[in-house]
Design a protein around this ligand. Structure first.
Ligand code: C5P
Length: 251
């Protein structure tokens, strides 16, 4: 179980320039220990950004959202194992066999890496999902994909905080839930259609929250991070209070 509220926060380094990313990491070194590298950084800097982060002793979530046929997924993870990152992800929509092959590659080449699946992007809502030809709403679709990911052996999923509660209910406690699309009540929603506050995300069962623009574009990223961590702390406190209360009435 992750006790320290700081460890629940993953900051998304979505920058064009590596110097901006590293300046932010250095600025936040007292508060943030986990960073997400997405396509924007990875396509431009590849191993450089990863080794720079490793030299700063922070954890890395490599968010490449792999989506391909089983054989390509397996071979890509084999190659990526070189980086030995803490978390790596793929699209659950690649299918069951692709998820199984991904897990096989993880176990063979980089067993310390947690493999998580993207369920429904937090930028999609029910209307968009329908236009894409899905017959279920976002919550049901995320539920179906999470159960499939679990069955295929993945360590967890990425979902909106709105689905985290149900996913936690359906899976076991050690099935990780990572929630992006996080905004404090005061923040702009940007393109996130299913945004939740850090407090509600943690209360719903998110193990980690991923936050990008509210921190990277803040006038004071440090102040924003401190406020987010305070909400995480409150969320954890309320969640544990509720757990203790339920346990008391069960016994
Ligand atoms: O700036 P913002 O806080 O919206 O950043 C969210 C980050 O999380 C982005 O890097 C985005 O690619 C990522 N993400 C997401 N929805 C998912 C999975 C990842 O927004 N389902």
């Amino acid at each position: 179980m992750i006790i320290n509220p700081n460890e629940r926060l993953i900051v998304s380094l979505d920058f064009d320039d590596i110097n901006d990313a590293l300046s932010l990491v250095d600025l936040l070194k007292e508060h943030v220990f986990f960073y997400k590298i997405g396509l924007q950084m990875y396509l431009k800097y590849g191993s450089k950004i990863i080794s720079e982060l490793k030299s700063r002793n922070v954890k890395i979530f490599l968010d490449l959202k792999l989506n391909d046929i089983p054989n390509t997924i397996y071979s890509s993870i084999k190659v990526l194992s070189y980086y030995s990152v803490d978390i790596l992800n793929m699209h659950t929509l690649s299918g069951f066999k692709a998820m199984q092959e991904a897990k096989r590659a993880i176990l063979e080449f980089t067993p310390q890496t947690k493999l998580v699946g993207v369920t429904v992007l937090t930028s999609l809502d029910d209307y968009e999902l329908k236009r894409l030809g899905f017959s279920f709403n976002t919550i049901k679709e995320a539920e179906i994909l999470s159960l499939l990911a679990k069955e295929a052996g993945l360590d967890g999923v990425i979902s909106s905080a709105g689905e985290a509660f149900r996913i936690k209910e359906l899976s076991e406690d050690n099935f990780i839930t990572i929630c992006p699309g996080i905004r404090r009540a005061e923040d702009s929603k940007d393109d996130q259609k299913r945004a939740f506050t850090p407090l509600s995300a943690i209360k719903s069962g998110a193990d980690y929250i991923v936050v990008g623009r509210p921190i990277t574009k803040a006038a004071s990223p440090q102040e924003e991070v401190i406020k987010i961590i305070e909400e995480i702390r409150k969320g954890l406190e309320e969640k544990w209070k509720k757990k203790r209360y339920l346990l008391y009435f069960k016994t």
